[in-house]
Design a protein. Structure first.
Lengths: 66, 316
């Protein structure tokens, strides 16, 4: 079953964040996700700080570029 | 009286249960009504009917198993009438649709229904203020009870509204619904911010429903669970669609919006933890179906204890 909707406009800031977090920065997102996956039974604050910093930087660059 | 006072007092969000009178308030009913109104007015409102239509269809299978025809059926929390649209005139002549969202109630024109419909704008939690006790042949409810604060009280009201031997058939989200989203958001908040806040509603468990139905005084209970699994391109599409369905967060209490960093983190975690091989992400909607009857002397009753004639040992 697939939803017929799911629009990907690049207008709204949140929609752009959605696009960049899943497409532009997917490699960094995967890196962060893998780190969480390795520790998800006992996650503490900043457990994957470095991975997220790389992901966030990629997002910031992408969002700034428009 | 006390209950309605408590409810009035609880309407402004920010202070849940100020005087703890009446049932515990979990959901902001007013916010939910506004969400549903807005959702029904959105252009793409019909494109996100897929979950409700699917569950209405599965509810109809259960309804068709009941060999009885009804004069009127009351559709409680009908939305735009997902279940009622599937009803055939041979099974029910007329349907009364009740929903707290006026926009959702009037979204679809009468021509889409095969049965005669009457629409009443009213709060599902105050059913007995809308209909007389002992007046209904059947009450159905398709995916609305999961936003009710006072579920035990609402079930009692449904039983009261029914005539003896009247049918209640309901479907509500429960248990594991959206567990992928819940866990992704929790892990993201925990790792990014060092603490978690509720963003996905608490849900009733199957065993709770059996108990509540029994406690509300229904007899001949049938409760079963089923899942609707939907694949989305990513977490953002799921959240967009939930919003468009009017199923956004409506929890009472101090709201803390999710930070964008946390949302991005949750999206990455959702894909890593739950993602499908093709890159899409699954979302589980667990649906609890319940059937109960208002007790009547004509219904099959269990025999008195000790009246058995055949020793059980002979049968086994």
């Amino acid at each position: 079953m697939n939803p017929p909707s799911a629009t990907t406009t690049t207008q709204r800031p949140l929609a752009r964040l959605a696009f960049h977090s899943t497409a532009t920065c997917s490699a960094h997102a995967t890196g962060y996700g893998k780190c969480i996956l390795a520790t998800y039974t006992d996650v503490s604050k900043d457990a994957c700080k470095e991975e997220f910093a790389r992901f966030a930087k990629c997002l910031r660059d992408a969002m700034g570029r428009k | 009286m006390l209950r309605s006072l408590a409810r009035l007092a609880a309407v402004p969000s920010g202070s849940p249960n100020p005087s703890t009178l009446g049932p515990f308030q979990v959901f902001d009913r007013n916010a939910k009504r506004l969400q549903k109104d807005r959702a029904a007015l959105r252009e793409g409102s019909r494109t996100v009917d897929y979950v409700r239509d699917e569950v209405a269809d599965r509810m109809m299978e259960r309804f068709m198993d009941i060999k009885r025809t009804f004069g009127t059926v009351l559709d409680l929390g009908s939305g735009s009438g997902h279940f009622t649209k599937l009803l055939e005139p041979e099974r029910a002549k007329k349907v009364i649709m009740i929903d707290s969202s006026e926009m959702a109630l009037h979204r679809d024109p009468d021509s889409e229904f095969e049965v005669q419909v009457e629409r009443i704008h009213g709060d599902e939690e105050n059913l007995l203020q809308i209909v007389e006790p002992n007046s209904q042949e059947a009450v159905v409810s398709c995916l609305s009870l999961h936003w009710v604060n006072d579920l035990p009280g609402t079930l009692v009201q449904i039983r009261e509204a029914l005539k003896p031997d009247g049918l209640f058939l309901g479907a509500m989200f429960g248990g594991d619904t959206l567990f992928e989203l819940r866990t992704a958001l929790q892990l993201a908040e925990q790792e990014r911010e060092g603490g978690i806040a509720p963003h996905v509603s608490p849900m009733a468990q199957t065993r709770d429903i059996s108990n509540l139905m029994g406690r509300a005084g229904f007899s001949l209970l049938t409760v079963d669970v089923d899942e609707v699994n939907v694949a989305y391109p990513d977490m953002w599409a799921l959240m967009d669609d939930l919003g468009a369905m009017g199923e956004g967060n409506a929890l009472l209490g101090p709201r803390r919006a999710l930070r964008r960093d946390t949302l991005a983190a949750a999206s990455a975690i959702y894909s890593a933890l739950h993602g499908n091989e093709d890159g899409s992400v699954p979302a589980t909607f667990q649906v609890i179906y319940m059937i109960g009857w208002k007790p009547a002397p004509t219904q099959p009753q269990p025999l008195e204890r000790g009246t058995g004639k055949v020793p059980l040992g002979d049968v086994l």
